[in-house]
Write a protein of this length. Structure first.
Length: 281
């Protein structure tokens, strides 16, 4: 029996255009593809002739075990996650299962984790540049994480003026968490803080809403929604969210250093090339 191969693949937000070449190659190379039922549907064109193992929500452990077992049988297996497999995806769980079985990377199944475009990246791209500065991603699902821990994380991120991305903000049975989250963030942010609600980014039912913190709860929010909440400097311009990186504090509109920061000098392409070149050396 040959050595098996286990791919853990992030296939991005769901649109074929955002599936990386390596993710496509990994899925195409696999004999077995394992994933959540909805995700299997999103990569269906790549599954012809393959064994497909699909299951519903809250069956992640069973999927990870099934994938590892088949790889241990010498087969090439892909475990798929939307976005990036290492961000609220299957990569961590697959590694936990491997570790629990005493996996040795040198002699056991070969492992490759294939990165993908996260929901945060996809949603941010649709609304401009909201995460140009430091940000925090926090899931409001308390299925695996105690709610009091989530509240502490929300408070810390809000008080530190991070841009905040809220994953899994609500579901049919879970509505109060997003209300409490907005209340915590509101202790530190102005009601006019720009916010975006993006649902199903780059999928057929995509929806994008720009609003502010005072009105963010007035809109429909579900499991497929990601909420982006700006920091104290975020603003909107012609339908786009912009979080300044801070260049305007250091340079003027002509690209010259401001007084008090250093000698006035033009930030020309030639100088940039020189600086970047010296860093590479």
């Amino acid at each position: 029996m040959g050595r098996g191969k286990l791919y853990v693949v992030g296939f991005g937000p769901g649109a074929e255009a955002h599936l990386t070449r390596r993710a496509r190659e990994a899925i195409e190379d696999s004999e077995v593809v394992v994933g959540y039922t909805t995700y299997i549907g999103l990569v269906r064109p790549l599954l012809e002739g393959k064994e497909v193992i699909r299951s519903g929500m809250q069956e992640e452990i069973a999927r990870a075990v099934a994938a590892v077992e088949r790889a241990e049988q010498g087969r090439r297996v892909a475990v798929i996650s939307s976005g990036d497999a290492g961000v609220y995806g299957m990569a961590g769980l697959v590694l936990e299962v491997l570790a629990g079985r005493g996996w040795d990377p040198e002699t056991g199944v070969e492992l490759e984790i294939v990165p993908g475009v996260t929901a945060l990246n996809a949603c941010a791209a649709l609304v401009g540049a909201p995460i140009m500065h430091d940000f925090a991603a926090i899931s409001l699902s308390d299925l695996l994480t105690p709610w009091d821990v989530i509240l502490r994380r929300l408070d810390a991120a809000a008080s530190a003026d991070f841009v905040i991305a809220l994953y899994n903000p609500a579901s049919g049975r879970r509505q109060r968490q997003v209300v409490e989250a907005v209340e915590v963030i509101g202790r530190y942010r102005s009601p006019t803080t720009p916010c975006a609600l993006v649902k199903s980014a780059y999928r057929e039912r995509q929806s994008v809403v720009l609003t502010d913190l005072a009105h963010v709860l007035d809109h429909e929010i579900g499991m497929l929604t990601t909420i982006l909440i700006g920091n104290s400097n975020t603003y909107t311009y012609k339908g786009y969210m912009i979080t300044p990186r801070g260049y305007h504090n250091k340079y003027d509109a002509a690209g010259r250093r401001r007084e008090g920061i250093g000698q006035w000098e033009s930030l020309t392409a030639e100088k940039l090339e020189r600086v970047l070149g010296s860093r590479q050396e």
